[in-house]
Every structure is written in structure tokens, then in C-alpha cells.
Design a protein around this ligand. Sequence first.
Ligand code: 5GP
Ligand code: MN
Length: 349
Amino acid sequence: MYIRSRMNLAEIKEIKELLTTKKNIVIVPHKNPDGDAIGACLAMYHYLQLKGHAATVVSPNDYPNFLKWLPGSNNVYKYDTQNRQSVTALDEASIVFLLDFNALHRVGEDMQHGLEDYIGTFIMIDHHQQPDLVAKYLYSDISICSTCQMVYHFIEMLEDTTSINKEIATCLYTGIMTDTGSFRFPSTTSTTHRIIANLIEYGADNSMIYNKVYDTNSYSKLQLLGCALNNMVMIDKLKTAYITLSQDELNNYNYEKGDTEGIVNYGLSVEGIIFAAIFIEDVDQKIVKISFRSKGKFSVNEFARKHFDGGGHDNAAGGKSIVSIDATISKFLNLLPKYKNQLLKSYGE
Ligand code: 5GP
Ligand code: MN
């Protein structure tokens, strides 16, 4: 009864059949994986190991420390720094799961080539819009809050939820918690809460998980947050707020991967604001990384796709720019008035 959208029965039957004999399987998240991507991959890893398969998670690159405690994290290969092991795992795999992304380029250029050459069976499970049709088996549902919830549904479709153990439950809980902003985004449904209740029954320690993910701030990370909040610019008449962080500012506060995650949401927490952005300079990669968030009907997915080489969901998207941070912000500011009607009509009016 929890299933909202599913693979067809014939596909599920084929996947069940595939999984009846021992397989080498690789599981891949998107580049710069977040809690949902890594949670989904590690949950799938534990599930497949439990079923007797040789499963390996191959991440395009590293992920934030606040996710490193997840069970199985020590066994994750990183394609950029552990290339030989990663390539071997892919060569040997007859099935590759693609979790929490909708197009091969989302793994980054190097690994994308590796996946494009792959000749085995892809199974994609994802909740982003407009998935590329690269996988033999695609389970796509943009209404579901997280890929972790979809992995739960996937196990449900295999009629195997009784196999969910503490490790699987912990990984799935983490991804659902992080992708729903701790169960508050509109995509959080009664079904999500029922699944969460089940995961707690299967052994997920909700309070411990929250602590491990959110109560691990360093002093410098909080100072960086302070800097970001100081830099916030309000454009009240367009219900917009944006934040900037230059490379110098990041360096001043000993920036580490993951430190800026979630900062963009502070813009949206200002009363009356329905569109928030953060621009983060990355001198190494010669880009400005951008995150967009919105409330209501204003689609940041469309905005990011159209103007900043990105995409995502209606209310949470990202993109990038290859011009300077100042030029990127000018471009953004010049675009905003064109969206005036949409921005003013979007929410609560
Ligand atoms: P975040 O702002 O947290 O990095 O990403 C928000 C959402 O937008 C995520 O679902 C992420 O997958 C998507 N996203 C972020 N950056 C990009 C990008 O450069 N391209 C695309 N297509 N999606 C992105
Ligand atoms: Mn996700």
C-alpha cells in the first residue's frame, strides 16, 4: 500500500530473476554525493551483500565527513583517488545501480566515460526530473522525497522488506532525513512517515542519526556560516535573497567539503522570501557553484537548467557558471526582473 509509482511487474520479475544467482554488482551515486545518494548506495550495498552478492559502492569522489560514520562507509571506493580498484569493480560487474541521479554526466567527466563504455545492465533509481533513458531498468518518480524512500519501495517491490536490518534501516533513514530537511519539505508524505516508523522498528536509531549528521559542526564551519549570513543580500521586492562566498572567505574559515551544505536555506527562512540562491567560488575548478531553493510554484529546476547549466527539482536545484563570481551575480541580478510576475505570484497569494 505504500507504493505510489513502480516498475512494471514484468521488470520486477526480471530483476528478481537476475538477483537469484550471485552477481558482482557496482552501486554508483552522483558526484559530490549527499546523504541521500550515499545513504541509498550503502543501503543497497548492505541489502545485496545480505542476499549473497558481491556488491561494491563506487563514488565519483569523496563525500562529507558527517556521512563517514554510515555503516559500510569504509568500503566505498572513490573513482578519482582509487581509480584502479574502481575500474576493476566496474569491469567485473554484471549489474550497475545508478542511484540518486538522472543522467550519466552527473558523475563527472572521468567516470562518465567509464560508465558510457559499460556493457552490463544498468538499473537506475532516482527522483530527479527528466531522466535520460540510459538504463535497462528505470525506476523514476519525481514525487518521492528521496532516493532512499525509493530504495525502500524497491525492496518492497521485491517483496523483501523483512530483510531490512539495522544497517539498511540506518542508511535509508539518513537519506530520507537529509533530503527532506528533517521531514519538513512538502515532498514529505504520510507514506514517508510510515516508512520512517518502519525503519525505526528495523533498528534505525533516529536520535543518534540526527546527532551524527547535524551535531558535528566545527567552530570554523559555524564562523563560515556567520560570514555567509553577513553576506546575505535581500531583494525584498522580488522576494529573493542571495548569499555569496568567495574563495578567500572559504580559505579564511578552513573550508572543508560539506561545510556550505544547507546554508542556502537560510535565505528561504526570511519571512516573505520565496527564492534563495548561494554562489560559491571554486578557484580550483574555475567555476562558481550555485544552489537555488524556492517555495511554491517558482521552479528553480527550470531556472537552473535555462541559465546556469544545471537542474534538480522544482524547489531545490543547482548549477554552475564559468565566469567570475561578480559576473555570475550580475547575470543573476539581470535575470531576476524577467521573473518578477512568477516570483510575486508564486506563493501564498
Ligand atoms: P544542491 O544545491 O544541494 O547542490 O543540489 C540541489 C539539487 O539540485 C540536487 O537534487 C542536485 O542533484 C541538483 N543539482 C545540483 N547541482 C546540479 C548541477 O550542476 N546539475 C544538475 N543537473 N543538477 C544539480
Ligand atoms: Mn536525492
